[in-house]
Design a protein around this ligand. Sequence first.
Ligand SMILES: C[S@@+](CC[C@H](N)C(=O)[O-])C[C@H]1O[C@@H](n2cnc3c(N)ncnc32)[C@H](O)[C@@H]1O
Length: 299
Amino acid sequence: MNPTKKMAQFLLLLAFFFGHSALAQERFSIFVGSDPANVERMLKLAGLRDDDIAIDLGSGDGRIVIGAALANPKLRGIGVDIDAKLVKEATAAADKQGVGDRVRFIHQNAFDADLSKASVIFMWLWPELQTMLRPKILAEARPGTRVVTNVWDLGSWQPDRVDTDGPQISMWVVPARIEGNWRWELPIRGASRTYSALLEQRFQRAEGFARVGNRRSVLREVQLRGDEVKVLLDMTVDGAGFARHEFTGKVNGSTIEGSVRIRLSSANERGPEETIVLPWRAQRVADADYLAPTGLDKL
Ligand SMILES: C[S@@+](CC[C@H](N)C(=O)[O-])C[C@H]1O[C@@H](n2cnc3c(N)ncnc32)[C@H](O)[C@@H]1O
C-alpha cells in the first residue's frame, strides 16, 4: 500500500476513535508503522549521538528504535508499547537485526514509561494522546532531551525545528524550568551588588525582569535551549553606573552557574569604559524581591 493511502486509512481510524471515551483515548492502540522514509527523516532531525538513549513511546514493531540503533552503533534504545504482541515482535526483530544487546522493548503504557534517562523521545501516536503526554515529558524528561514526532504536534508548544519535506516531522528541545524568582551577588566597582530576577516562562520561551537595589529593568532578552540560558540586561547600577550585562549559564534545578560579561560606562565622564567578566551563580528563591516595596525615600 502506498504511504498516502496508508496515512488516509490511519486518519480514518483516528476519526472513528475520536468520538469515544477518554479511556479509549489513553489506551488508543492501533498500530500503523511509520513509513521508512519518515523514520529516516525522524532519525535525521533527532541528530543522533553516541551517548543517546532513545525511547519510542508506542514503539509498534520497533522500527524507529531499531533504525536508531542501526544508524548509530553506540546508541541504546527503548521501545514501550501497550500491545504485548508487538513488544514480542519488536524484540525478535531487534535480535534478528543484530541490535538486541542495545535495545529493549517493554510492555507498558506510555504514561508509565521512565523518561528520566532518555535523551531522545520519538512518538507517532494519536494527536490527542501525544499532547496528553506533553506534561509528562516536561515534568520528567531531562532538559535538553529532544522530542521528535511524525505528523502530529504537541499542541501549543511550538517545535524548535521542523522538516516539511513530506509529512511534517517536528523536533522540540525540552527546556529547563526557569520560571520563578532568582537572586545572585556580583562584586562591581568595589561593592557587592544583589541582583534579583523574576522570570516568566511558557515552554522554551521566557522573559523577565531584574532589580538591583531600588532600580528595576526589563530583561532585554532571555534565550533558553535545554539547560542553557543566556540573558541580556541593560541597567544602571547605583554607585557603578550604566552596565550592559551578558549572562551565560547552565540551569541545574535551583541554581544557574556560568559567567557574566559586564561592560561598564566610565566611572566619571572622562574615565574609560571597563569590561569585566565574573562568575555567575544564581539561586532560586521563594521571595520575589522584585515585588518588594520600593518606598519613596531612596528614589
Ligand atoms: C501509529 S503506531 C506507531 C508505531 C511506531 N512508533 C512507528 O512509528 O512505526 C502507535 C503505536 O502506539 C501504541 N500505543 C497506543 N497507545 C499506547 C499507550 N497508551 N502506551 C503505549 N503504547 C501505545 C500502539 O500499540 C501502536 O503500536
